[in-house]
Design a protein around this ligand. Sequence first.
Ligand SMILES: [Zn+2]
Length: 267
Amino acid sequence: MEPHHAPRHARKRGGRWLLPALVGSACAVFLLCLLPHLMPTASASGQPAASPAPAESAPDSGTPGISVNWEPSPSPAPEEQEEAPWYLRLVNLENRLSQDFTVELAQVDGGQFDARAAEALSQMLADMEAQGLSPMVCSSFRTWEDQETLHQNKIGRLLEEGYSQEAAEAEASRWVVPAGASEHQLGLAADIVASQYQILEEEQENTPEQQWLMAHCQEYGFILRYPKDKTEVTGVGYEPWHYRYVGVEAAQEIMAQGICLEEYLGQ
Ligand SMILES: [Zn+2]
C-alpha cells in the first residue's frame, strides 16, 4: 500500500511545486521577451540607459544642446552683414550712398581721406618715397557734387565723340560712376599715379609706382579695387591706379586670393 501511495503522493507533491515553477519561468520568459521591446522605448525617449546607443544617440539625446547651439548662429549672421565695419562698406552702382552721407576727414597729400584710414595712406606714400618712388594722389575724397560733375563731364566728352545719350551714360558709368555710386565719396579710395606718368590708362600699371603698389598695398590695408580680370563683377573698367582701404586683414586676403571686394563680401 505504502509503495502505491508513496509515488502518488510524491507525484502529487511534485505536481504542486511544478505548477508555480512553470508559471514562474513562463513569467520570466515573458519578461525576457518583453525586455528588448522595452529597451528601445527607453533609449528613444532619451533615457541615458542603453548600451548600443551612445554613439548614435549622443547627438540625438543631445537635441536640447543642439537646439541651443543652432539658435545663436542664424541670428548674428544677417546682423553682421548689415553692420559691416566702416572699412568694408561696399559702394557701387547697386549699393549707393545717400546724398546726406558724411564722414570725418583728414588732410592727406593730394586731398582728404577718411580720418580713420588717413595715416595708413600717408604711411604707404611715405614708404614709397623712402624707396625713391614718386607717387601722386590725383583724387581722394569727393563730395556728391564733385562726383556728379565728373560723371556729367565724362558723358559730355562721350557725346562729343559721337555716342548717343544712352550709350554715353552707360559708358561713363564704367569709368566715372554717378554720384552716390563712388567709393571716393566714402573717403576710402585714392587714385595714385606716378608723378612722371600721370595718365589714367592701362599703361599706368607698368610704372614702378604701380608695380610697388600692387605688390605692397595690402600691407597698409589697401587693395587694387578694380582688377583687370574682375570688370564683370565690379562693373568698373580696369583701373591700375584706384586703391581702396579695407583694413589689413581683408586686404591681405583679397590680394592673396586675387578676388575683388564684391567677391570677398559674397555679393
Ligand atoms: Zn578712383
